[in-house]
Design a protein around this ligand. Structure first.
Ligand code: ZN
Ligand code: ZN
Length: 479
């Protein structure tokens, strides 16, 4: 009874004094919501969360629990900026951002995360007047990473490789795996063969592994980031490692946790603890960005609301009309559905305005021209398509890719890639069929380390398919 009375009498007072409520956060969101969906993709529940409540929740998921206010406020600004800059990221699945590490991870908001969201409500970082495309990670380990060294083509002056002088006392981490464990992990990522040696072949300006040589496997070289993803991003904490083979063991020694691009959450906490303010922390990790009020950014016309509804989305500056893209798609589908005996309708086509938008929506680098999944096609920006096979042929390849995706599920990737190019670009063009190249491994197609390597692997997949198809005459039986 006493406890009950105490509760009723005391808690409202505490709330009024210290704690921002969900209602306050909703009011300060001014009608802006973030539609959050499941990391697994389409089909799960989607929640429309007021922007500032979303910031408070992600701060609980991504922040350091005991950080000082200035660090928490700086991260709140980064989280809000990320949410606005990436609002169209999962548009084809029907929401803005997912609840996994691909986007930002929300948890139940706490008193301190609500307070930091409210204290910074409506404030974002802008680059050339728009919400900045930015990143943050747990710990840079002493030197941040340049964005373009993790995501080719994503290059901004405010995401450089730069020292962070608050990590001097951090001990390095070590990870010991068996050679078989490394080989199995790479096998799951599509690499063929027996692992003989692992070596860091090149490093980025920050000292992270840029290229890793995996002798004995095909392909024999991969980016440091793809290597870390294959091993597991929580197992191999960063690409800032060195590696030694000792008998049957593979020993990694490294620094930091995460990709290391942009704000360092641990470093921000240390800076706040030694008295730096939010503005100084943001200036350290995002040099050159401007702290702006969201309503002023919107009043100037940005950020652009993602278009919704139509089956074809084309950027206005691309020099091609949505109607034209729709006609090309319908014609490609009409031809290819007869040839392949498969049809899909309706198909959604999106030509991306920027390399970054294409990468964010598909997870593939700029040297991939099209990604076809479910009923959706994502195309690289027009300027890139023009340098490669052109819009019409790329679209035909993408439609073939889409039609083949279900019937060829679970087969080696070269069959689907090769068949999509063979039927999309036209069999008459495939003069390479006489050659007998080695068919590319899944990893050669999915994890190519350069545009040239991607083109070479795709051409080989096409020649390989053409050869098998000439033999069997039935693409469905090729294995
Ligand atoms: Zn996501
Ligand atoms: Zn750091």
């Amino acid at each position: 009874m006493f406890i009950f009375v105490f509760f009723v009498a005391f808690v409202p007072f505490v709330v009024a004094q210290n704690e921002a409520t969900d209602a306050q956060l909703e009011a300060s969101s001014a009608g802006r919501v973030v539609r959050v969906g499941p990391a697994a993709g389409a089909g799960g529940p989607v929640a429309a969360i007021p922007l500032e409540l979303y910031v408070a929740r992600v701060l609980a998921g991504e922040g350091e629990p005991n950080a000082a206010d200035a660090a928490r406020q700086a991260l709140a600004v980064a989280i809000r900026t990320f949410a606005l800059a990436n609002a169209g990221r999962h548009a084809r699945e029907g929401f803005d951002l997912c609840d996994g590490t691909h986007c930002q991870v929300p948890r139940a908001a706490t008193a301190v995360t609500r307070r930091a969201a409210l204290a910074t409500a409506g404030r974002i970082l802008t680059y050339e007047g728009s919400p900045a495309e930015l990143f943050y990670s747990a710990s840079c380990g002493g030197y941040s990473e340049r964005a373009a060294d993790v995501w080719p083509g994503v290059d901004y002056p405010y995401l450089p490789a730069a020292p962070d002088d608050v990590h001097e006392a951090d001990p390095p981490w070590t990870l010991v795996l068996t050679r078989e464990q490394v080989e199995q992990a790479l096998g799951r990522a599509g690499f063929d063969g027996r692992l003989r040696d692992v070596r860091v072949e090149a490093r980025t300006a920050s000292g992270r592994a840029a290229r890793v040589r995996v002798s004995g496997l095909v392909p024999g070289v991969m980016t440091g980031d793809a290597f870390r993803a294959a091993i597991g991003t929580t197992t191999l904490r960063s690409t800032a490692f060195s590696v030694e083979i000792e008998g049957r063991s593979v020993r990694f020694t490294g620094r930091g946790y995460g990709h290391g691009v942009g704000m360092c959450v641990i470093g921000a906490g240390r800076r706040a603890a030694r008295g730096e303010r939010m503005e100084a922390i943001l200036g350290q990790y995002y040099p050159g960005l401007v702290l702006s009020a969201l309503d002023r950014v919107e009043a100037r016309g940005g950020p652009a609301a993602p278009a919704r509804g139509g089956l074809v989305r084309v950027p206005s500056a691309s020099g091609v009309a949505a109607g034209e893209v729709e006609q090309l798609t319908l014609r490609a589908h009409a031809d290819l559905s007869v040839v392949l005996g498969v049809s899909i309708a309706p198909i959604t086509v999106r030509i991306h305005e920027s390399i970054e938008g294409f990468r964010a929506a598909t997870g593939r680098p700029w040297w991939v021209s099209e990604v076809a999944e479910g009923t959706s096609i994502d195309l690289a920006p027009m300027a890139l398509l023009a340098q490669r096979d052109g819009l019409d042929l790329t679209l035909r390849t993408a439609v073939a890719d889409l039609l083949l995706s279900q019937p060829l599920r679970g087969r080696p990737a070269w069959i689907r890639v090769g068949a999509a190019r063979f039927f999309g670009l036209g069999p008459a063009r495939a003069g390479t069929a006489a050659a007998a190249p080695r068919c590319p491994s899944d990893a050669e197609l999915a994890l190519a380390i350069s545009a040239a390597a991607q083109r070479e692997a795709e051409a080989r997949a096409e020649a390989c398919f053409a050869r098998a198809y000439a033999r069997t005459g039935d693409w469905r039986t090729i294995r």
